[in-house]
Design a protein around this ligand. Structure first.
Ligand SMILES: Cc1ncc(COP(=O)(O)O)c(C=O)c1O
Length: 386
């Protein structure tokens, strides 16, 4: 059995440090917004080259609170991608704004800037790019559009901690960058947790106020907020993991390039593309060290496209190879968004990706021989599914 993601390997390797961190928080008894949350906020902000980090209860709240803090609400439109987890549009809906879903680039699966531009109306307040699977969006084009049309950019960086664009961490480009520390993420807690990054002091202050019942002073409340604090215990556990993040992302990159190289002669499989100055390409060989490339992808997922995807997936299951379909139905065709009026065929690239995408095992501790076995079984599955 090769799992899609094995959190136990990481836990076993760092068990003693987790136990010590847990014991320290338990003994200190400062359980809410204690020193670990404060330090984690500072450390993650620094890593992401942002001035401020505000811990939240989860990534969905990070998005929701960032939009609230920007005073985006009823009557406003937010342009985003249909090929993402539902939390992205949920956050837009929760603040009362309307998600405007536009098609993705068929190779990177991220927002197509030309489609974004075509969807801008007088009601548009923000663009919400999602760095899906850890692949940075085309931030030059998105930031240019935002500037030209005076729009906010809120980045959904739930899957992309450790990724960079032009050498700069994703999540640091927009007014706010929203992180998730869901257990399987690049930096995962042992429960839910999230963070909003920003270089804007006022915005960070508003998120901080909203996450704790809308008040800066205890028992005085300026706005309707909510309880969305990052848990102190989770912060302590995340601080144990943070020093390893860069190494873990490098391992993910090595695994992805290894998969690409082993699959290079398999015509039926489309491997993940990375953005370059001349367009998206499938990188082969060893990932280059440093920031010489346009993007430094963080490979939260390793996702390929295949025909007969469901039959291929069934074969992988039979052979004990973990896999997942992120995401089988694009958001414009989800029941929850039926009211937005999209039809099958409205956003063809997103629909094609949803029909053919297949995520393969990807986590830092994955072994080279496991990657070879996944590729062997995948080749077998493709032949069997024909
Ligand atoms: C793209 C994306 N956005 C938002 C979220 C929401 O994060 P969380 O599960 O921490 O609420 C997730 C992860 O689950 C995600 O993958």
């Amino acid at each position: 059995m090769i799992p899609l993601c094995d959190l136990k390997r990481q836990y076993q390797a760092l068990k003693d440090q987790f136990d010590a961190a847990f014991a320290e928080v338990a003994a200190g008894a400062h359980y809410i917004l204690g020193p670990n949350v404060k330090q984690l906020e500072a450390d993650v902000a620094k890593l992401c080259e942002c001035r401020f980090g505000v811990g939240t209860a989860n990534g969905t709240d990070s998005l929701h609170l960032a939009l609230r803090a920007l005073r985006i609400g009823p009557g406003d439109e937010v342009i985003t991608t249909p090929f993402t987890f539902v939390a992205t549009t949920e956050a837009i809906g929760i603040v009362g704004a309307t998600p405007v879903l536009v098609d993705v680039d068929p190779k990177t699966f991220n927002l197509d800037p030309a489609a974004v531009e075509a969807a801008i109306t007088p009601k548009t307040r923000a663009i919400l790019p999602v760095h899906l699977y850890g692949q940075p969006c085309d931030m030059d084009a998105i930031m240019r559009l935002a500037q030209e049309h005076d729009l906010h950019v809120v980045e959904d960086g739930a899957q992309s901690l450790g990724a960079r664009y032009r050498g700069r961490p994703v999540g640091s480009f927009g007014a706010a960058g929203c992180l998730s520390f869901f257990p399987s993420k690049n930096l995962g807690a042992m429960g839910d947790a999230g963070m909003v990054l920003s270089n804007d002091e006022e915005l960070a202050g508003r998120v901080e106020m909203l996450r704790r019942h809308g008040g800066q002073v205890k028992y005085y409340h300026a706005e309707l907020g909510l309880n969305s604090r990052l848990d102190e215990l989770q912060a302590a556990l995340l601080r144990v993991k943070l020093p390893y993040l860069e190494r873990w992302v490098e391992l993910r990159r090595q695994h992805a390039y290894r998969y690409n190289t082993l699959l290079a002669d398999v015509d039926e499989v489309v491997c993940p593309h990375e953005l370059t100055e001349t367009g998206p390409v499938v990188p082969l060989g060893e990932p280059p060290a440093g920031d010489g490339q346009l993007v430094h992808a963080a490979y939260h997922q390793y996702t390929v496209l295949v025909d007969n995807r469901d039959a291929v997936a069934a074969h992988l299951k039979e052979a004990g190879v973990g896999h997942a379909i992120y995401y089988p139905v694009p958001l414009h065709l989800q029941e929850v968004h039926a009211g937005l009026g999209y039809q099958p065929g409205s956003l063809p690239h997103a629909e094609a990706a949803a029909a053919r995408c297949l995520s393969l095992p990807m986590f830092p501790e994955l072994r080279p021989e496991e990657i070879e076995e996944v590729v062997r079984v995948l080749k077998e599955a493709i032949v069997a599914a024909k």
